[in-house]
Each structure stands twice: as structure tokens, then as C-alpha cells.
Design a binder for this molecule. Structure first.
Ligand code: SIN
Ligand code: CO
Length: 364
């Protein structure tokens, strides 16, 4: 029998309606039977790898210090209150990637990575805010989390060339997390974790594309498809006589409506799917005679249904396949094993598209 899915013990619907992106939430014993899949030594081992995105942050009488990875064993011989952080651990350790199962109630394309930290007693990364949502899962030990004010780019920071720490921190709520407890922190809320004992924290982080990026891609896509001879029509905007030289509100509204209508008419939705799947990890194409395949951890795949088709996005590339592909797509995105024949049965180009986009690996 397969393992039951890992889920947070809480009301997902109520969370989405009341907390998501709005308020912090402490979930005591949200993962009651889960156990930290990594030891501090294993995390430290990962931080020595050239390909791992690691750093150490320490606090001593002389202030805050950052050391970027890859780290050496000698980097751990230090006397300040330090924390080791490794980003993207889900790409290296399947048991850490399994934590993503808890997030199935959220759009998969919003997920970024699992960062794992180990702190000695009193260690912490200092008071700060993140621009993204994060679920802080306590792996081992005890950590006190202080929550502060809402912040933005204008909130004063300390003068430090490497670290973006807040100058002031007023504690509004304080919680002590133990193994299996989870704290959700929405974007922009100041937070400050201090290890009460040596402890490990797993941060399930989200990302959101910048509106500026979406807008630029949407307009670029529309410009690729637009008829360059299409001119602005005045329609009902010129019924009133303007003052000499005046652009009236009606003129301005008319031009704005023309742009909005054109953008909508030329929208095939591809700007969103392309942007949210860009910069995924690419795997080399799997062997032609591979018996079973599955999604490469770190690859980004998303899809949307439109007019009897499914537009599939894989690491920023797009292919349109028949809508009958949907069950297969859901299985691929869930990380299930799938045979090349099953993928091929949907559309003759589908398998080579996914393989060449670097999103499939041979399943073990
Ligand atoms: C940590 O794990 O120490 C830091 C996590 C965070 O503040 O986002
Ligand atoms: Co943070």
C-alpha cells in the first residue's frame, strides 16, 4: 500500500479565506507524525557541495556576519550564534521534496523551494521580512518566533552590505515552535526566529511574479500578433467639442478601452504559463528505452485548459495538446510514474517536448 499523503492538520478552506496572504497563523502539531528527514550533519554535508545554495549567518558582539557557500568544514568552527541555511533542499532530498504534499491545496506554480536551516542555541537570521509567503515547519528542537509590524521597501534597515535586517522590531506576537509545529507568515510581515535549543527549520517558500514582468510579457505577446495597421477609432469619444488642444476624458477613456479590448482579444494566456515556469531546473533528456518516467524535481510544469486544448508549459516552453491530456498532465505534475507510451498516446509531439524541455527523468 502506498504511503498516505503528508497533509497539514488544519482547515484548508478556512485558511485560504481568512489567513492566506493576510494574517499569520500558528498551527500547533500540524504535522504530528512527521520527522525531520535530515540531521544537522547531513545539512552541513550538503552545504559543502559546490552546487548547493548555502550560507551562514552569525551574530556576535561585533554585529551580524554573512558567509556565502560553498562552505568548508572549518567554517563551522566559530563561536558566535550562527545559523546555516541551504536553499532548494527539495531538489536534493526526496524526503524533503515530500513536504510539498502539504501544499496541494495551493497552486503548484506558486511554490518556490524548501529552505532548511540549522541554528545553534540563540542562533537566528535576525529581524527581517520576506516578500513571499512562507510556512515555517519546525523540524527539531525549539525556536521562538517573534512577529512584528507590516513592512515595505521604505521600512528602515540596519546599515549592512550583505544583510537586509530591520532597524526596529516591535513584537506583536510571540510563539515557541516545537517539532511538527508550523507557522505561516504572509509576505511583508516582520519576523524574527531565535533558537531556544539547537534546532532545524524547514521553510516552504512561495514566489509570485512581478506584475511588471507579466505586463511586459503580455504586451510583447499581443504585439507579436497585432495588425500594425489597426488604428484608434474615435467612436463616441468626439461628441463634445473639446477646448483648443484639449485631450478630454472621453478621448483618454476611448484610447484606454481600445488598448484593453485589444489586449483581451489577443490574449492566449501564454504569458502567465511561460513566466511562472521559467528558470526551472533542466534534466538531460531521458534514455529512449526508459521504461518509466517522472517529473524532474526542480523542473517547472504548469498547464491551462482553453477551447478544447491544454496549453502545457515546461520550463518556459509551450505546447498545445488535446484536452484529453489533462489526466496525464495531472499525474505528471503530481510526480507520479508514467510510461513513455502513455505520454505519447496523447499527442505525437508531447513526449519529445517534455523530454527536450528537461522536465522528465527516468523513474527508479
Ligand atoms: C530560518 O530558518 O532561520 C529563517 C527562515 C525565515 O525567516 O524565513
Ligand atoms: Co523570513
Amino acid at each position: 500500500m502506498s504511503e498516505p499523503l503528508l497533509t497539514f492538520q488544519f482547515d484548508e478552506k478556512a485558511f485560504l479565506e481568512y489567513y492566506w496572504q493576510r494574517r499569520p497563523l500558528l498551527m500547533k502539531a500540524a504535522l504530528p507524525s512527521w520527522q525531520s528527514p535530515l540531521t544537522p550533519e547531513e545539512l552541513a554535508g550538503l552545504a559543502l557541495e559546490d552546487d548547493a545554495d548555502s550560507r551562514m549567518i552569525g551574530k556576535s558582539k561585533s554585529g551580524w556576519a554573512l558567509k556565502r557557500g560553498p562552505l568548508n568544514t572549518t567554517d563551522f568552527q566559530r563561536s558566535d550564534d550562527w545559523t546555516l541555511l541551504v536553499n532548494g533542499v527539495d531538489q536534493w532530498v526526496p524526503e524533503v521534496a515530500a513536504l510539498k504534499e502539504c501544499l496541494r491545496f495551493l497552486p503548484q506554480w506558486r511554490f518556490d523551494d524548501v529552505m532548511v536551516s540549522y541554528a545553534v542555541s540563540n542562533g537566528g537570521v535576525g529581524p527581517h521580512f520576506d516578500r513571499y509567503d512562507v510556512f515555517l515547519v519546525q523540524g527539531t528542537g525549539r525556536r521562538k518566533w517573534r512577529l512584528g509590524d507590516w513592512c515595505d521597501e521604505t521600512t528602515p534597515r540596519i546599515n549592512h552590505e550583505d544583510l537586509n535586517l530591520l532597524q526596529n522590531f516591535d513584537t506583536s506576537e510571540e510563539y515557541v515552535l516545537e517539532a511538527g509545529d508550523v507557522l505561516y507568515v504572509p509576505p511583508g510581515l516582520a519576523h524574527w526566529g531565535i533558537a531556544e535549543t539547537p534546532c532545524m527549520t524547514y521553510s516552504l517558500g512561495f514566489r509570485a511574479p512581478a506584475i511588471a514582468t507579466l505586463l511586459a510579457r503580455w504586451t510583447d505577446k499581443a504585439l507579436e500578433r497585432i495588425d500594425p495597421d489597426l488604428l484608434l477609432e474615435d467612436r463616441a469619444s468626439v461628441v463634445e467639442t473639446p477646448a483648443p488642444g484639449e485631450i478630454t476624458h472621453a478621448h483618454w477613456n476611448n484610447a484606454r478601452e481600445a488598448i484593453e479590448n485589444t489586449l483581451s482579444a489577443l490574449d492566449d494566456g501564454s504569458w502567465l504559463g511561460e513566466i511562472v515556469t521559467e528558470h526551472g531546473e533542466c534534466a538531460p533528456p531521458p534514455r529512449k528505452d526508459a521504461k518509466a518516467l517522472c517529473l524532474h524535481t526542480g523542473a517547472r510544469v504548469a498547464w491551462h485548459a482553453i477551447e478544447g486544448q491544454c496549453c502545457v508549459y515546461a520550463n518556459g516552453e509551450m505546447l498545445s495538446v488535446p484536452s484529453s491530456a489533462q489526466p496525464i498532465l495531472e499525474r505528471i505534475c503530481s510526480g507520479d510514474r508514467i510510461t513513455p507510451a502513455e505520454i505519447q498516446s496523447v499527442d505525437s509531439e508531447f513526449l519529445s517536448f517534455l523530454a527536450m524541455s528537461g522536465v522528465l527523468v527516468e523513474a527508479s
